[in-house]
Design a protein around this ligand. Structure first.
Ligand code: ATP
Ligand code: PAF
Ligand code: BAL
Length: 309
């Protein structure tokens, strides 16, 4: 490892396990933040939370080929390890292709929870994520693990996985989901893939969150799902026409509302329940060649999102 850092970097599982054994012996808690690198403030919020709640914190950086489909951006995904390490050193600051059908060996699938929302657009994605995260949990053995709300389906699916498999490290109540960190000025969710956006695309991208907020307002005032989502799609249609004038291609993949427990789609005529039962409003929108995802949890987020610190 040619990178100079005061943070211990483990590149083999054996070396990591020696370190982990020592932490077990010393009875030290270990917080864990799994990432694909190209760190930004969203990641650092998870790291800061872990540092505050654990004696030791582990960050993994692994661009997991098994969660990229052949047409996706595995080859170009930003890899910035020296920069990542320098960010982690200062915690004060907030190609090969996998053909899933050919793969042999052991995989983890959370059946019934990986086919909706992101899973519909990225069919092999959650199998790849569930498998690598199970491996990471078995290696890292974290006391607590931290995931971002930006990838809400991933985080909830993983919480289910650790419960279903009775994993001891972490248990479901120790898998914490931290609110999405956003650009403080225009609300765009921070994401490693934002680096792909051209300046004009970046300028237009906040319309996505604005459209989700429009749905949230409509839902809160009694609109049905169909009506609330229609308003967002209309806004995005206007943005698409505007974008075309400036050479930016905007394409909606999906905007949907799903039950936060079953991930089933909410019915067209459904309105907000009097008890504020939580519903996930989520979507994916392409800005040029970059696919961005975002979500808002409508209703009561208790038991889903970690309390702010
Ligand atoms: N804006 C954000 N706020 C809070 N957590 C985030 C944010 N962005 C990413 N995370 C979380 O960081 C962890 C690692 O994510 P990852 O390394 O894939 O970064 P990313 O920005 O989500 O990348 P991508 O652009 O590929 O979606 C995940 O738990 C993810 O939900
Ligand atoms: C959880 C994860 C690190 C698994 O590769 C990835 O899906 C991510 O960064 O969100
Ligand atoms: N943060 C999700 C990782 C992925 O899109 O592959």
């Amino acid at each position: 490892m040619s990178v100079s850092t005061r943070i211990p970097v483990f590149t083999t599982i054996e070396d990591y396990r020696l370190w982990r054994d020592k932490a077990f012996e010393d009875k030290k808690s270990v917080g864990f933040v799994p990432t694909m690198g190209a760190l930004h403030d969203g990641h650092l919020f998870l790291v800061k939370r872990s540092l505050a709640e654990n004696e030791l914190t582990v960050v993994s950086v692994f661009v997991n080929p098994a969660q990229f489909a052949p047409h996706e951006d595995l080859a170009t995904y930003p890899r910035t390890l020296p920069h990542d390490l320098s960010l982690l050193s200062n915690p004060r600051i907030p190609a090969h292709r996998q053909d899933v059908a050919q793969q042999k060996g052991t995989f983890v699938e959370v059946k019934g929870y990986g086919e909706q929302m992101e899973g519909r657009s990225r069919p092999a994605f959650f199998r790849g994520v569930a498998t690598v995260v199970t491996k990471l949990f078995n290696i890292i053995q974290p006391t607590n693990a931290y995931f971002g709300q930006k990838d809400i389906q991933q985080a909830l699916l993983l919480r289910r996985l650790v419960g279903d498999l009775h994993l001891p490290h972490p248990t479901p109540n120790r898998l914490h989901i931290i609110p999405t960190a956003r650009d403080p000025i225009d609300g765009l969710a921070l994401s490693s893939r934002n680096a792909y956006l051209t300046p004009t695309e970046r300028q237009r991208a906040p319309i996505f969150y604005a459209a989700l907020q429009e749905v949230s307002r409509a839902w809160a005032t009694g609109a049905s799902k169909r009506e609330a989502v229609r308003r967002a799609l209309e806004q995005l249609e206007v943005a698409k026409d505007e974008g075309e004038k400036h050479g930016v291609e905007i394409r909606v993949d999906y905007v949907e509302m799903n039950d936060s427990d079953t991930f089933e789609e909410v019915g067209d005529e459904q309105v907000q329940r009097p008890d504020g039962a939580p519903v996930i409003l989520s979507g994916a929108v392409w800005f040029g060649r970059t696919r961005l995802i975002d979500n808002i949890i409508l209703g009561n987020t208790d038991g889903i999102i970690a309390e702010p610190k």
